[in-house]
Design a protein around this ligand. Structure first.
Ligand code: FES
Ligand code: FES
Length: 170
């Protein structure tokens, strides 16, 4: 009878080395995050790279964690929605707060993936155009909101960052 080989390794997730014990070599990063490391922020919807609900950052690149073999990421820096810089009082990142304030969350299933995509966008392009926002979130499927309030939330996050950015000194 075929016996799947198991392996043990560690992953650096949100700045912390986490041990993964006796895992099947074929387990996705999404599966390991959710089922082994108690990080359920990345959601499991399609497992085919189609919906973006499982988005995380691997070495600074936005990826669908359902398409990444966890064991291939042992030398990488992985950031999940749980690892975003958060306000000490609210526990939310600025983008998360904007989504809440603008009422952009309905069932919420797509939201962690959207939050990761928007953080990735704003880190690359601090003041994106609407087209750039739409392109950045085009891989994140939301069945509930119609995207109008999501766009408002991104605009709100952009202006909040602009208002809190330190003045340039000459
Ligand atoms: S669960 Fe990964 S893209 Fe849908
Ligand atoms: S809020 Fe329900 S899928 Fe987006």
């Amino acid at each position: 009878m075929f016996q799947a080989e198991s392996v043990s390794y560690s992953l650096r997730v949100n700045g912390v080395e986490r041990d993964v014990e006796e895992a099947w070599l074929g387990e996705s990063l999404l599966h390991v995050l959710r089922e082994r490391l108690d990080l359920p922020g990345a959601k499991n919807a399609c497992e085919q790279g189609e919906c973006g609900s499982c988005s995380v950052l691997v070495d600074g690149s936005l990826v669908c964690s359902c398409l990444v073999l966890a064991a291939s990421a042992t030398d990488s820096d992985i950031v999940t929605v749980e690892g975003l810089e958060a306000d000490a009082h609210t526990g939310l990142s600025d983008v998360q707060q904007a989504f809440v304030s603008e009422g952009a969350v309905q069932c919420g299933f797509c939201i962690p993936g959207l939050i990761m995509s928007v953080h990735d966008l704003l880190d690359r392009i601090p003041t994106p155009s609407d087209i750039e926002v739409r392109e950045a979130i085009s891989g994140n499927l939301c069945r509930c909101t119609g995207y109008g309030r999501i766009m408002e939330a991104v605009r709100s996050a952009v202006s909040a960052r602009a208002n809190t950015a330190p003045e340039a000194t000459s």
